[in-house]
Design a protein around this ligand. Structure first.
Ligand SMILES: [Zn+2]
Length: 361
């Protein structure tokens, strides 16, 4: 790996995070700020520039040594032009972010979708670093998705892999996107919490009722997991059903991409890792065509909140033809991080080797 520094930015709906990495992808500086997207595009871009400057001041690279900037954004991205197409959370539409940042910092800038950035980080440094192809699925308020195939993040004219909007119910419920029956309508945290609220209200989930009075905003991932531990059987059925639907959509992605690993992440999965990994794996295995059975495994994402920022920086490096040294050959640092993660989420489901899947199939 050559000299120089790479800067990643994770532009979130409420906060933005910037991290500067050296040529070995070791972090050397970081800072975060509120996004305040609704103050408008111009102010927003100024806040991003201010954040970058603050990080660069902490550890100023020598002249010309900032090799590139990668920024992950909560929006579909026009890939060729580096334009944020429509960031609903920020109220931004058609923002030529790459051109703005290139002018400001005089280095190459890569703009990508934030979920794609997170999946790329898992592929390079996390749960997918020994995988050939990787699909990431992140159930939250919606359901984010991204994929890496043959070393490249799967993108077309726009960023894509919108697994949350794969239609699983022909005449299903209305989705936030305006269509009906998308995966999000049956398997997002919002969908799960709404079903759980109904069950609590009907008296079928006594623990959840006691904790939340069946109020939707209070039914978050942690309390769902606790309700299952405390014996609210119906809540467990609801979550398992949702995870099975994710498996059905994953199966279709396997047909399209034939990745050998699927990583699941986000708050729901972190709260109930085994449940999600088991159900998604079983359901996807049962749904794929025979030749694809046993060709993929399912694991929990490892990088948590830093995934998008790290992935954005790594993608900027990749776009300039710089290879990340430990893909497939983990460095000591990464191994140490991984085992620390594993210790934190003790009992978390690990990737199931393909061989085991074959036995079960
Ligand atoms: Zn939709």
């Amino acid at each position: 790996m050559s000299d120089g520094y790479w800067l990643g930015i994770d532009l979130g709906g409420t906060k933005m995070l910037a991290v500067l990495y050296d040529g070995e992808f070791t972090e050397v500086a970081r800072d975060r700020k509120k996004t305040k997207g609704h103050e408008g595009v111009e102010k927003g871009i100024r806040r991003i520039c201010g954040l970058v400057e603050s990080v660069l001041q902490q550890h100023p690279p020598a002249e010309g040594n900032l090799r590139g900037i990668g920024i992950g954004c909560p929006s579909p991205i026009d890939v060729e032009r580096g334009v944020v197409v429509e960031a609903v959370n920020l109220g931004w539409k058609g923002v030529p972010l790459r051109d703005h940042l290139t002018r400001e910092f005089a280095c190459p800038v890569s703009v990508l979708n934030d979920v794609d950035a997170g999946v790329y980080a898992e592929y390079q440094f996390g749960a997918g670093r020994d995988a050939r192809g990787l699909l990431g699925v992140f159930p939250g308020t919606g359901i984010g998705g991204g994929a890496v195939v043959a070393g490249e993040v799967v993108m077309g004219r726009l960023s894509c892999m919108e697994i949350g909007h794969v239609r699983v119910m022909p005449e299903g419920n209305l989705c936030g996107c305006g269509r009906r029956g998308c995966l999000e309508t049956v398997a997002s945290r919002l969908a799960i919490s709404a079903e759980a609220a109904k069950a609590a209200f009907r008296g079928e989930a006594p623990y959840l009722m006691k904790q939340t009075s069946a109020e939707l905003p209070k039914i978050r991932s942690g309390v769902l997991a606790e309700a299952i531990r405390q014996g609210d059987v119906v809540v467990e059925q609801i979550v398992r059903e949702a995870a099975r639907w994710i498996g059905v959509a994953v199966a279709d992605c396997i047909h399209l991409l034939s990745v050998d690993r699927v990583v699941l992440g986000g708050g729901l999965v972190e709260a109930m890792p085994e449940l999600f990994v088991d159900e998604v794996r079983q359901s996807a295995e049962a749904s794929v065509m025979r030749p694809y059975r046993g060709t993929f495994d399912v694991a929990v994402a490892r990088l948590g909140d830093d995934a998008a920022v790290r992935g954005a920086a790594a993608w900027a490096a990749h776009r300039q033809g710089v290879s990340i040294p430990w893909k497939g050959a983990p460095s000591a640092t990464i191994e140490a991080e991984a085992s620390a993660d594993a210790a934190e989420t003790e009992g978390a489901a690990e990737a199931t080797p393909v061989a085991e899947l074959e036995e079960g199939a």
